[in-house]
Design a protein around this ligand. Structure first.
Ligand SMILES: Cc1cc2nc3c(=O)[nH]c(=O)nc-3n(C[C@H](O)[C@H](O)[C@H](O)COP(=O)(O)O)c2cc1C
Length: 137
């Protein structure tokens, strides 16, 4: 079974607790079924999500996600084969904004699009290091 890691960025459309709860419930239900793990960084100006798992399942999830009207301006930043997962313990971890990430101005200026694969991976590796075990939803 081949596995990939896929990262995209998008702009939230309607951003509040209840929308976010709905998205995560949706995501976790599907991901448990599909063997997908990952993390979703959520802030009012940006979603940055990593999906990892079986190639066909991740591609199918991304196709559904692209059609979702709870966000817009969806752009894929990377898609690469992997042999091990970063977020193997999470059906979909959710992370708030971090001060060390891009500022609002940088995001507006296209920081996500300009990031190289290794920059994007560094963001998620850092998240993983800061909270290595699941802490609940
Ligand atoms: C920001 C965001 C993240 C999402 N993450 C996932 C995810 O990790 N896995 C997933 O299956 N669906 C995710 N979804 C939900 C999908 O868009 C979709 O609603 C869900 O897969 C169910 O698909 P269906 O309504 O076609 O059955 C996400 C949606 C948004 C807006």
């Amino acid at each position: 079974m081949t596995m990939i890691q896929l990262v995209y960025a998008s702009r939230p459309f309607g951003f509040d607790e209840s929308i976010l709860r709905g998205i995560l419930l949706n995501a976790r239900t599907c991901n448990v079924r599909d063997g997908i793990t990952g993390a979703l960084i959520c802030r009012s100006d940006l979603y940055l999500q990593m999906l990892e798992g079986p190639t066909d399942k991740v591609d199918a999830a991304y196709t559904r996600i692209e059609r979702d009207d709870r966000h817009m301006q969806i752009r894929r930043l990377m898609r690469s084969p992997i042999t091990s997962r970063i977020f193997g313990d999470w059906a979909m971890r959710s992370d708030p904004a971090h001060s060390w990430m891009w500022s609002r101005e940088q995001v507006e200026d296209g920081a996500a699009e300009k990031a190289q694969d290794e920059d994007v991976l560094a963001v998620f590796s850092r998240l993983r290091q800061e909270a290595p075990v699941p802490t609940g939803p």
